[in-house]
Design a protein around this ligand. Sequence first.
Ligand SMILES: [Mg+2]
Length: 353
Amino acid sequence: MPGQTMSDGAGRQGRAGRFRFVFPPARGYAGPVNGSRSSPSPERVGDLGERGLIRRLAARVGRGRDVARGIGDDCAVVRVRGAAWDWLLTTDPVIEGVHFLPDTPGRRIGHKAAGRVISDIAAMGGEPLHVLFDLVAPPAASVRRIEDIYRGATALCARHGAAIVGGDVARGPRLELHAFAVGRVERGRAVLRRGARPGDVIHVTGRLGGSILGRHLAFEPRVEAGRWIARGGWATSMMDVSDGLASDLRRILEESRVGADLDAARIPVSAAARRLRDGRGALDHALGDGEDFELLFTVSKSRATAFARAWRRAFPALPATPIGVVTPARGRLMLRRDGSAGPVGRGYEHFVT
Ligand SMILES: [Mg+2]
C-alpha cells in the first residue's frame, strides 16, 4: 500500500517534511469586502442538507473529459474512447459513531465499508473490480481490530470478484474508513437514476426496514441482480436503497422529473422492521430506514410481466416486488393506503436532524 506513514490528521507539518498547501490570501485582500469585521451568521451544512450541499458543490466542479455521467448518480460513469466498457467510480466513508460503534466487530466494519461502494456499483448494473481504502485511526487504536476490518473487507470483495489494491493511512481522532471503488459495465449499459417514465412499474428487491438491528453490518450487495438487470436492459432507472426507500425514490423522481404512487400494501416489510418497538410502525421503518442496500428500479409497463417471469427464473430466492407506478406529477411522491392517498414524509437525510 502506498504512503504507509501516519500523517497528521489535523494537517500539521510532520517531521518528515511533507508537502503542505497554504492558501494565500488573494492579492490586495484587506478583510471582508463590506469593510465590516463581523460577517453575517454563516450558512451551515445542517441547514442545507445533504442534497442541497451536493447540488451546491456540483455547480462548482464543472465537467471533466470522458465523463458520461457525473455527480447525481450512484457512481460516476467514465467512457474512454473506443473501449468496450464504461468505468464506474464511487466512494463512501464509514465513521465511528456515525456508521458503526466503538464496540462493532472489525470484520463487520470492513464488510460494511466495502459493501457500500460495491452496492453502488451493483446499482449501476456494474461489475466491481478494484477497491482502495483510506484508513484514519487514533494512535491508540488496536492493530488487531484494524486487521479484522481488512479481513472483513477482503472477504466481501473476494465474494464479488473485486480486489483491494491500495489506499493510505492517516492519524485522526476516531476510526474512519474511506472506500473508493472502480467497476465496469458494458459500454452504454449503466443504469442511471434519470430514465424513469410515467407508467413504469417501481420494483424493490428483498425486504426493507429495521437494518439497525444488524443488517446494516451484514448486507450482501446485489451485484448479481444488478448485472442481470443491466445485461437484460430491464430497468429504465435504478439505484440502491442506502438512505431509505422514500428518500431514495425521491432521487429517482428528481433525476427523472416524474412522480410516483406507492402502494402501501405491497411494500415488502422486513421481519426486523416488525420487531422494532420504538413507537414507529413497521411500514414507517420500511419507508424511512436506510442501509438496506436493496435495489430500487423501474421497469417499463410493457415489459413488467416478462420481467416478473424472467426474474423468478433467475432469482427464485430473492423477491423483486412491484410497489407502485411512476406518474407524470413531477416531484410528487404519494402513498396509497386503505383506499386513500397522501404524500410521503421525508426519509433520513445526512446532516439534517
Ligand atoms: Mg447508492
